[in-house]
Design a protein around this ligand. Structure first.
Ligand code: ACM
Length: 484
């Protein structure tokens, strides 16, 4: 829901075969690429290109994308969209805002825009003026590709759908007890051995560094930052099977391919495991530049508090020295970490300590944001330890008041994690993610002033035909009119 929207009811803009997308004459290659994306969106053929505006005003029936420094108050992701009978103008202080403005224009066009090959589409948008910017900088989804592997093309499809809802962070949970999913050249058995297992005994899989870099670049072209996670010092059984010397007793554990967690950890008192951690962090950061590196840190049961905290602090210095900002699950907050480290709340954890340090937190509360929970008792997929999460439960909470002591200024944003114990195919992932991820997207973008379940419930029905057109296997949850 945009910050402000003024509609001129009597007027509308019609895309015709003459309609062209223009960027400024001096536009960067990046802005031109957004122009090409918009040109493809309105064309009923692929390969459409934007054009450069060579002096003077845009002609009638044009869509222009303009960088406008005077809009800096809307931030890099905010935009100003004006649609009149003759023109569409999308302006922003930065490319990300232009991209989001294109998504709003897309949402204002009929669902036919999602069918690029539809013959003679009638694309008509209401005349509006929208000035818009996000509430939070972090609007994320997490895919657990460790419990079951999800191939690069399926991840890209997910990225495309995320872009429609202006989500901007894709957290990839790349390792866990049941599998290791990213090539590390200096530790090849991680994928040769650890990449070959998954829950239920399937074949697993992994991304080569080139495939991972390709996913990161694809996401970047949709203004989504990939956040790699290597979970440690627990949830690491797959790596211990591959390299038993990472364990204190130097013996290989059995592969773990069930639901649940193994209790094994890295041997945090052995200096040599920090070589392993450093190699993994550095190789992933070198494969594709990353502003963030998530170290997991959750659910460690077999270490003393001192051992656990010492590990987190030492790993923080390794990650920071490699460049990225560290992120960890709520359990890391009691360690003596830097205020610039980000803590991700998920359960009854100590995240508030990071807010007290002046640090930032990401909110993924299990009972609202965990997209792997069942919708209700009839949902075949998913788990239920955090409760059933219907669409209202996913939507109806306020990030600024959820946790006493964590106010709006401490909240970097929100993220919906999709753990993959029970999901195996793209269709399974989509069924649990949609429509609940649209609720997370709305919490992340829209101001608290616009928070209104009844209004959201009515609007979300219109997304059904759009998701269907994009081939998304969304859950037609009750209480929403999906027949639009
Ligand atoms: C988690 O769900 N263990 C972060």
């Amino acid at each position: 829901m945009p910050s402000t929207i003024d509609v001129s009811p009597a007027d509308s803009f019609l895309v015709t075969p003459r309609t062209a997308v223009y960027v400024d004459s001096a536009a960067s290659a990046e802005v031109e690429a957004i122009g090409d994306y918009a040109a493809n969106m309105i064309a009923s053929r692929s390969g459409a290109k934007s054009q450069r505006l060579a002096g003077g005003a845009a002609p009638d029936s044009s869509i222009t994308l303009t960088l406008d420094p005077s809009l800096a108050t809307l931030g890099d992701e905010g935009y100003d969209l004006t649609i009149t009978r003759t023109r569409v103008r999308i302006a922003s202080a930065a490319p990300a805002g232009l991209f989001h403005g294109v998504q709003t224009f897309r949402q204002l066009l009929p669902v036919a825009v999602e069918h690029p090959s539809a013959y003679q589409r009638r694309l008509i948008a209401p005349a509006v003026h929208v000035a818009d910017s996000p509430r939070f900088a972090w609007r994320g989804a997490m895919l657990d590709v460790a419990r079951h592997f999800l191939g690069p093309d399926d991840v890209k499809h997910f990225i495309d759908v995320m872009a429609l809802y202006k989500l901007n962070r894709l957290h990839l949970h790349l390792s866990d007890d049941q599998g290791w999913r990213i090539e590390i050249k200096s530790w090849p058995k991680l994928t040769e051995v650890g990449g070959q297992t998954e829950i239920g005994g399937g074949a697993g899989g992994f991304y080569t560094q080139a495939q991972y870099a390709d996913i990161v670049a694809y996401a970047r072209s949709r203004y989504i930052t990939v956040v790699p996670e290597i979970d440690m010092p627990g949830h690491i059984n797959a790596a211990l099977v591959a390299y038993p010397d990472l364990r204190c007793n130097h013996t290989a554990p059995e592969p773990f391919t069930r639901i649940g967690g193994a209790s094994n950890t890295l041997c945090v008192t052995n200096d040599s495991i920090y070589q392993f951690v450093g190699d993994v962090v550095r190789e992933i950061a070198a494969a594709a530049p990353t502003p963030y590196f998530h170290i997991g840190g959750d659910e460690v049961r077999s270490l003393t508090k001192e051992q656990y905290r010492g590990f987190i602090e030492r790993v923080e210095s390794i990650v920071t020295a490699a460049g990225p900002r560290m992120i960890g699950w709520g359990e890391i907050a009691p360690a003596n970490i830097h205020p610039s480290t980000i803590v991700q709340h998920w359960n009854k954890d100590s995240t508030v300590l990071q807010a007290e340090r002046g640090g930032k937190v990401i909110l993924s509360p299990g009972p609202h944001a965990y997209m792997d929970m069942k919708y209700d008792s009839t949902t075949a997929l998913g788990l239920k330890w955090a409760g059933f999460i219907n669409l209202k439960t996913a939507y109806d909470w306020d990030p600024a008041t959820l946790i006493p002591g964590i106010g709006e200024q401490s909240v970097l944003g929100v993220e919906g994690p999709l753990w993959a114990e029970t999901v195996m195919t793209r269709q399974d992932y989509e069924y649990l993610a949609f429509p609940r991820l649209t609720a997370i997207a709305e919490l992340g973008w829209s101001s608290a002033r616009h928070h209104d379940w009844e209004n959201f419930r009515r609007r979300i029905g219109a997304q059904g035909t759009r998701l269907a057109a994009l081939g998304v296997n969304f859950a037609r949850v009750p209480g929403v009119d999906w027949s639009w």
